[in-house]
Ligand binder design. Structure first.
Ligand code: FE2
Length: 263
């Protein structure tokens, strides 16, 4: 059983200061094998915001894998956004925009969906899809294939349509690559489920871990337990002045017909 801590949308520059130390304490108590950050490390891609994000990441347990979100590209500095959209992200978080992390029984591949041209909505570039497919093709047969994206090609928890160009084509490309699980953020609303048109892919979204930019009444993170043919997502929520407390769990089983809800 592999345990992955899933955080997203930490948004340094718009952080709720009450959340940082409790989250780091919980993360280190949980002792996950790896920690995933699915984008929006900062609020406005400023160097000092990336420096704070880097210092936070350095205190997270296990191996860390992260991808940029739309907020990690400059919004107003159009020249920088178009010429070198991820320069500041790379300086702080490392040169690789699409890292790979191999664990016993799982392979995680980062996919950069942030699009400098439109800033907010995501996209899947052909090169990223090809890279994802190549990583998953080279993985051991029984490894769980996990893609880490900022934007997901499925609706948010409240039914808001996917904030991504050509979501049906993205879904098809993820399925062709052999994706089992997609970890994402962006919506600031936790959500777990599988897409009817791609039953082989389980989508696990978390909201914002520590930022003030709430779309629900709580900050949230998830601990994900990955078995040979099962995934369990344990949510942890933080409200008001309280720390993170364990909330609902959702279990999913993978069979020949795709995912189904488990008992
Ligand atoms: Fe965000």
């Amino acid at each position: 059983m592999i345990r992955v801590l899933h955080l997203s949308d930490v948004h340094f520059g718009a952080v709720d200061a009450r959340r940082v130390e409790p989250l780091l304490a919980l993360a280190n108590d949980l002792r996950p094998d790896a920690t995933v950050l699915s984008g929006d490390m900062t609020q406005r891609a400023r160097p000092e915001q990336f420096a704070a994000a880097r210092a936070f990441v350095d205190r997270l347990p296990g191996q860390v894998i992260c991808v940029p979100g739309n907020h990690d590209m400059p919004l107003h500095n159009l020249w920088l956004r178009l010429i070198a959209p991820f320069a500041r992200y790379r300086r702080a978080m490392g040169p690789e925009l699409e890292p790979t992390l191999t664990l016993p029984g799982a392979v995680l591949q980062g996919v950069t969906t942030a699009n400098p041209l439109v800033w907010k909505a995501g996209r899947l570039r052909r090169a990223s899809a090809d890279r994802l497919a190549a990583t998953f093709a080279a993985a051991p047969r029984d490894a769980m294939r996990i893609a880490v994206l900022h934007h997901a090609p499925v609706p948010a928890a409240d039914g808001t349509p996917a904030d991504m160009a050509r979501p049906a084509e993205v879904l098809a490309a993820l399925a062709r690559a052999g994706t089992d699980v997609v970890l994402s953020g962006h919506t600031h609303m936790p959500h777990a489920g599988f897409a009817e048109t791609a039953a082989g892919i389980l989508f696990l979204q978390v909201g914002t871990a520590i930022s003030t930019r709430l779309k629900t009444d709580a900050n949230d993170i998830a601990l994900i337990e990955i078995g040979a043919a099962s995934v369990t997502q344990h949510a942890f929520l933080a409200r008001g002045n309280k720390g993170f407390v364990q909330a609902a769990s959702a279990r999913f089983l993978k069979g020949p017909q795709g995912w189904r809800a488990g008992a």
